[in-house]
Design a protein around this ligand. Structure first.
Ligand code: MN
Length: 195
């Protein structure tokens, strides 16, 4: 199969100032495009030629194919979870209930999740996932890893590679992450629980 770029559900300048048009042009247009191109190149002739990015992240050993499939999957989830005009700034229903069970309040959860992103050393991702036992968990994943690798259901991700924020926020990673809460489309995140 041919891996493809996700189509952005918003204009390239729509997420400014949290994610500027320039950052979209580089992060989506160059970095993600390169991961997609590399994945297509590396799977050619391999046993993963007909596997989806999800299947590769599930079972491929560490290496070029796994790294690029992880980054294609991670960035696809990342870019599709944003909207310039969210109809609400917090989750509802089952997701909100589970967050309250795990972290007492949504505000508390936001603090913990942001903290995971701020304290991740080096390049990687902060993730919220649903485990098979029905509990939510926040993890810090290095490089291109995705919680799917552990059999968990990935719901929400913050990219803390420097390419995600450096053009707009330079070294102020925390300020960028705090801004992301204003552009999350909770409908998208909630629907991932049903997949
Ligand atoms: Mn990235």
């Amino acid at each position: 199969m041919i891996h493809e770029m996700p189509k952005l559900p918003y204009a390239q300048d729509a997420l400014d100032p949290v994610i500027s048009q320039k950052t979209i042009e580089f992060h989506y247009g160059k970095h993600l495009q390169t991961y997609v191109d590399n994945l297509n190149k590396f799977v050619k002739g391999s046993e993963y030629e007909n596997s989806s990015a999800e299947e590769i992240v599930n079972k491929a050993p560490d290496g070029d194919i796994f790294n690029n499939a992880g980054q294609v999957l991670n960035h696809t989830m990342y870019f599709l979870q944003f909207t310039p005009k969210p109809d609400r700034k917090e989750p509802q229903g089952d997701l909100l209930n589970l967050i309250n069970e795990g972290w007492v309040s949504f505000d508390n959860f936001k603090t913990e999740f942001t903290h995971a992103g701020i304290t991740l050393f080096g390049s990687g991702w902060a993730w919220l996932s649903l485990k098979p036992d029905g509990q939510l968990v926040i993890t810090k994943e290095h490089n291109g890893c995705n919680p799917l690798r552990y059999g968990w259901k990935p719901l929400l991700c913050f990219d803390v590679w420097e390419h995600a924020y450096y053009l707009d926020f330079q070294n102020r990673r925390a300020d960028h992450l705090k801004g992301l809460w204003d552009i999350i489309d909770w409908n998208v995140v909630e629907n991932r629980m049903l997949l």
